[in-house]
Design a binder for this molecule. Structure first.
Ligand code: FAD
Ligand code: MLT
Ligand code: ZN
Length: 494
């Protein structure tokens, strides 16, 4: 298989100049334009956050950022950029982990953050219609008084936007229960790369009137158009939620445990998350937990968080208590120990340990993050193989890669393999990791991106998970929507 990190060049695109800014000033209020060009002279510090991703791994070169307030404004901006051949990078909350929302050269950043109104909510159907720039957590808070929840939840909820979630087809912690955005999104409003507004903001549950175009923008990573409005089905809040945290003596027990838990909890199981020992210890070092005493944990190799969401607290608690008891009293117990949350505070701290891992990783150093789908039975040997490789290359230890760990959404077959470079990113570390990891994933017929997307990080690794024919048809789709290649150029497609 081919492997090369090609740095794309955009000779077909123009940089933003003073005249362009003057034109944008006829569309937008002055406060909606940030630019280092002299007519605006935004301080570099104000533009900087739009030019670096959450990890500090990808650095952009945009000299201008536009923050439209309406779909009409987005449309006019895009129309102009198409005429002038200016590249556009749509940006939401900038929490993406694959460098998709950062400009590669001088493309303009179009930030959706100022489009943040709820358009409607129907408490009977649970359909929420909102601007793309609404922050996920704000939407959760908006519908909470109506006893509804968002069908997705992720650690980045306080910053990520619903338009960004849709554009990355974010998975997260509730996918096991409510399915992917391909099912819960009912409609989208999208500004296409020529500036046309595609209004498919349907609130219908069922609509089989031909090709379902909106699906292309779910996970489109801003390469086919700019999502400006979203219609999404929100489920009723469960009457009872509980969670348990289990310590397992060895990884081999995870699969049988998953089967046992599914069988015993049935319809009330809503999450099944995995944390390996390295990740757990790291969480503890950074002040998460402890959920269990050190004696109880002993030499447990890994941990599992199970959440239930059901209709009756007594019924669910009885099921969970029976589950714990049967696990602990089995002839050959699958777990060393476990704890059932006894209060909302404890429920939250169990979740905090799992959700907080991403931030802990960030505090440890600079992370190489691989978000892969592989068969569940292979989770641990993938992590071990990477650690062994770094050891064999003399790159393991505080001087180079200080930690290799795995956590993730076991219930969805999604492993987050995190490799921490204690003192920062270095080309020789990346060269030891890639394409090695992508090859391991391909050997297992997995996916090089389970939920974070391709962005610019995995553009050249796409072929490890997609056939030549698939890539060829993806290119054709891109060509149909964006023949000028102005929309998030250099992302997704090699
Ligand atoms: P951005 O980072 O701004 O953009 C992401 C991509 O979408 C870019 O390619 C951008 O060009 C495009 N884009 C953004 N908005 C639009 C729009 N309106 N129209 C068109 N294109 C657009 N991801 C998961 O899947 N599951 C998780 O559990 C999860 N947990 C996370 C936890 C933390 C702490 C962090 C930092 C990230 C996590 N992520 C997770 C990754 C990230 O949060 C998600 O991918 C999120 O959906 C990105 O949303 P955003 O608004 O920040 O998008
Ligand atoms: C998660 O599940 O925690 C997120 O996808 C972020 C990460 O991979 O760290
Ligand atoms: Zn995840």
């Amino acid at each position: 298989r081919r492997w090369a990190h090609n740095i794309p060049t955009f000779s077909h695109l123009n940089s933003v100049n003073e005249e362009d800014i003057a034109h944008f000033s006829s569309i937008l209020a002055p406060t909606s334009i940030l630019s280092t060009l002299s007519s605006v002279s935004t301080p570099a510090d104000d533009i900087a956050p739009y030019n670096v991703d959450w990890m500090g791994k990808y650095h952009g070169q945009a000299n201008s950022v536009l923050r439209p307030r309406t779909t009409q404004q987005v449309s006019e901006i895009v129309k102009y950029c198409a005429q002038r051949k200016i590249g556009i990078v749509p940006q939401g909350g900038n929490t993406g982990l694959v460098g998709g929302g950062i400009s590669l050269q001088k493309e303009i950043v179009l930030s959706l953050g100022a489009m943040n109104n709820v358009r409607s909510f129907d408490p009977v159907s649970g359909v929420l219609v909102a601007d793309a720039g609404c922050i996920l957590q704000s939407l959760s808070e908006y519908i909470a008084p109506h006893n509804h929840i968002m069908p997705l939840d992720l650690g980045a909820k306080g910053s990520c936007q619903i338009g960004g979630n849709i554009s990355t087809n974010a998975g997260g912690l509730r996918l096991l229960r409510y399915g992917s955005l391909h099912g819960t999104v009912l409609g989208l409003e999208v500004v296409l790369p020529d500036g046309t507004i595609l209004d498919q903001l349907s609130t219908l549950r069922k609509d089989n009137t031909g090709y379902d175009l909106k699906q292309l923008f779910i996970g489109g990573e801003g390469t086919l158009g700019i999502v400006t409005g979203v219609s999404i089905l929100t489920p009723p809040a469960p009457q009872a939620t509980n969670n348990i945290f289990l310590a397992l003596p060895r990884f081999d027990n995870v699969l049988p445990l998953f089967q046992t838990v599914k069988r015993q909890l049935g319809e009330i199981m809503s999450a099944f998350e995995y944390i390996d020992r390295t990740a757990y210890d790291m969480g503890l070092q950074h002040g998460l937990g402890p959920l269990l005493s050190a004696d109880e944990v002993g030499d447990s190799q890994c941990f599992v968080l199970v959440e239930t969401s059901g209709g009756n607290q007594d019924h669910d608690l009885e099921k969970l208590n029976n589950l714990l008891e049967s696990l602990l009293t089995a002839d050959e117990p699958l777990i060393n120990t476990g704890v059932l949350s006894q209060s909302p505070t404890q429920f939250n701290s169990i979740w905090a340990l799992r959700e907080g891992l991403t931030e802990c990783v960030q505090k440890e150093g600079k992370p190489y993050k691989y978000d892969v789908s592989v068969p569940l039975a292979d989770f641990q040997n993938v992590v071990d193989a990477v650690r062994e490789r770094m050891i064999s290359k003399g790159l393991y230890g505080d001087h180079a890669i200080s930690k290799v760990m795995g956590y993730g959404h076991v219930g969805d077959g999604n492993l987050h393999l995190n490799v921490i470079a204690k003192h920062g990113y270095r080309p020789e570390l990346e060269a030891a990791l890639e394409p090695f990891i992508y090859e391991i994933v391909a050997e297992r017929k997995g996916s090089v991106s389970a939920e974070h997307g391709i962005g610019s990080m995995k553009r050249d690794a796409l072929h490890y998970s997609k056939s030549e024919i698939s890539i060829e048809w993806m290119r054709k789709v891109k060509q149909v929507f964006d023949p000028l290649n102005i929309m998030n150029p250099g992302k997704v497609l090699p």
